[in-house]
Write a protein of this length. Sequence first.
Length: 293
Amino acid sequence: MILTIALGAGFGVAAATFLYALAPSPPRLDRALAALHRPASAQDAAEHQDATLRIRLARALGMERLVNPRVRADLAITGHDEAWHLSWGLTLGLLGLATGPVLEAVAVLSGASLPWALPLCFSLVAGPVGALSQVLSLRTEAAKRRSDFSFALSAWLDLVVVSMAAGRGTEGALVLASDSGSGFAFDAIRRALERGRLRGIAPWDALDELGSVLGVEELCGIASSVRLAGSSGAKVRSSLAARAKAVRERGLTEARAAAESATERMSVPVVLLVLGFIVLIGWPAVIQITTQL
């Protein structure tokens, strides 16, 4: 028993130290600003090498298979990179693997005995679940960012339509509309148009690339409509206005459905509270009846 406790404690300390070293943390603002104004040093190279080692360890464990095109789109729209995703996935997976030894250590300290297969099964199940929980968390955050992007996209389309109605050309209307707003969506569109101009490609092609990278299908459809106006000279002002209205209506429908779903979930605690109150009132009568029989 003493040997099991010692092994469990040693494994716990080693796992905690390893996870603390792997856990990514945001840099301090003063250090980040100072790093912008100094040349690369040996410390920066060491930090880069340490991050590379963490990524190599995650890839050696096969976690790179979790990074598919959909995950890359989720990372792009949330502002994270692949190294961050692999680091957190590795950390959560190791935490899941540590549940088995922790459960065994708790059982030993409490004087209970568990079959050796039970902690092993806990670790084998909790490890992959912990790694996959990072993917699910990223997907939830990306869905929220795409919903916000769609709302901002409808406002940007309205600005494009107004600029076209004022007599501006297609490219000028796109640039002016992106410069008229702020936030993640407007910044992404503005950067995409600027990069497209520097690369010498049409702005609708830049918007199409941005929609593909972020996984926003509405932006790809808008790029196709704008391409007709820019290349064929078609009048798509009414089409863009209709797309803006459709995006807004779909966003409002999704928000309404989410609110109704939250309302339905709130009814469950109320029902449980009522049932508990009924049991609290009726329990003394039940006890009295059963004791008199």
